[in-house]
Design a protein around this ligand. Structure first.
Ligand code: URP
Ligand code: ZN
Ligand code: ZN
Length: 466
């Protein structure tokens, strides 16, 4: 058999287990898995993976690239964000196409295609965003036809005109069910949050507490109450619900109870919520860490790791929404003006590998399940993405089991001029990344091409597990 590339001697890891073997790649696909594949083919590019793990490349189903948000534009676009993804061993991202003003969901998707085309370095898909349920829900069948069977509603962001109330969520779940789609929810309780923020709207308090006020105005119940309410609407409608960027431990209890009684609710967390805690807001640069929802406590972290282990949480994403120190500086001491969000694509796999696998919180197989295969399954692109099967896309990351790299934003592909993990020693960076058969990271360096990334249509979301 003739191959273009053969990866030899590595330990192939999936959610199901690990085995020694070679992978033969022809064109964009995995063509064979076996032993001694290189012995009969001298023309192929041979990648020696001895002593390395070969995993299906990561799938980050929650990113915001080139997003106009809170008076700024997020600083990682489809070029820097995707170079960062590649270096972090991720070859598929899913972004939220958000309608502005009177735009339709379909116009928003057209806009997001323009952001990606010609510069994307890894593959990509989009989620729809429902900011006006009366108009946007009618578009769900055509969105599903375009390969976009997922749409997000926000329970906050009234000032931006993005907010969905309970009626919009109920209608969203019903219409998604009819169209074969899954509703994603940003769960924070807006009127309780508005009250706490109004009480904190005092120059003396802002001066006294600085960025800490961000966490103080968002106690855990702000997120937990909203998750509970979304679960109620999911239960009464029988729709499919996905709670995005869940950061609160109490949310895991609510989701587990609901799943145990048969409610169709899934949830993700993000890497930052697993390893950072609210002490960051007391730092001099604490405002850099502000995101919505915000980083919670050590107890929440612990509960989230448990929820990953017992499959209450299906996957780990990044919610990448990069703002530079200059962009974040517009806060000028007022926490409510901070452009919210963190960079993350380059460090997702290293964070979960180092703090999950090496610290024995999850197994190597669970790491692959939560960062590679289950996100692809839940979002309807498995086995094309997230698997190591013959006939599927040759999207692979090769990682050294122990070698660490010190995080330094100066040496990274992201446009961020800071990192939430600056100075941390992390293992699990991709030594080699392949996206549809092309080597895009070699020796930890990005060697890919602008425009290599292609759109991945999706269908039948909402199915996780082994
Ligand atoms: O602070 C964040 N997470 N910004 C991105 C927008 C969102 O709500 O996901
Ligand atoms: Zn959100
Ligand atoms: Zn987000």
């Amino acid at each position: 058999m003739r191959f273009d590339t053969i990866i030899t001697g590595g330990t192939l890891v999936t959610a199901m287990g690990r085995t020694r073997g070679d992978l033969g790649i022809r064109g964009e696909r995995i063509a064979a898995i076996g032993r001694n594949l290189a012995s009969a083919d001298t023309n192929a590019l041979i990648i020696d993976a001895k002593g390395r793990y070969v995993i299906p490349a990561g799938v980050d189903v929650h990113v915001h690239l080139d997003l106009p948000f809170m008076g700024s534009n997020s600083s990682d676009d489809y070029n820097s964000g995707h170079r960062a993804a590649a270096r972090g061993g991720i070859t598929t991202t899913i972004d939220f196409a958000i309608p502005y003003g009177k735009e339709s969901m379909s116009q928003a998707v057209d806009n997001w295609f323009k952001k990606a085309e010609g510069i994307a370095c890894v593959d990509y898909g989009f989620h729809g965003t429902i900011t006006d349920h009366r108009r946007h829900l009618k578009e769900l069948p055509s969105m599903v036809e375009r390969g976009i069977p997922t749409a997000k509603e926000f329970m906050i962001y009234a000032a931006m005109g993005w907010q969905s109330d309970d009626g919009a969520i109920i209608a969203g779940l019903e219409e998604c069910k009819r169209a074969g789609a899954m509703l994603m929810i940003h769960a924070e309780s807006s009127s309780a949050l508005d009250l706490l923020m109004a009480r904190a709207d005092d120059p003396k308090l802002k001066k006294k507490y600085g960025a800490k006020l961000h966490a103080m105005t968002r106690p855990p119940y702000i997120e937990a109450e909203a998750i509970q309410r979304a679960i109620t609407w999911c239960e009464v409608t029988g729709g499919k619900l996905f709670i995005v960027h869940m950061s609160v431990g109490a949310g895991a209890d609510l989701i587990k109870e609901a799943q145990d009684r048969g409610v169709n609710v899934l949830a993700e967390t993000c890497a930052q919520y697993l390893v950072l805690d609210d002490s960051v807001f007391a730092r001099k640069d604490g405002h850099l860490y502000a995101s919505q929802p915000q980083i919670k406590t050590k107890a929440d972290q612990k509960r989230l790791w448990k929820a990953l282990r017992d499959n209450t949480l299906t996957n780990v994403s990044t919610d990448t929404c990069t703002f530079t120190t200059k962009q974040k500086a517009i806060w000028k001491g007022d926490y409510s003006k901070i452009p919210m969000g963190l960079p993350g694509l380059e460090t997702l796999l290293p964070i979960v590998y180092t703090h999950g696998v090496l610290k024995r919180r999850i197994s190597l197989e669970q790491f692959v399940q939560k960062c590679c295969s289950d996100p692809a399954k839940i979002m309807g692109m498995y086995p094309r993405k997230g698997s190591l099967d013959v006939g599927t896309d040759a999207d692979l990351a090769i990682i050294h089991p122990k070698k660490t790299i010190k995080v330094d934003w100066r040496k990274m592909e992201t446009n961020a001029d800071w990192s939430p993990y600056q100075g941390w020693d992390l293992a699990g960076f991709a030594e080699t990344t392949l996206c549809r058969g092309k080597v895009i990271v070699d020796g930890y360096k990005f060697v890919g091409q602008n425009g290599h990334g292609a759109y991945v249509p999706r269908k039948n979301p909402g199915v996780a597990g082994r």
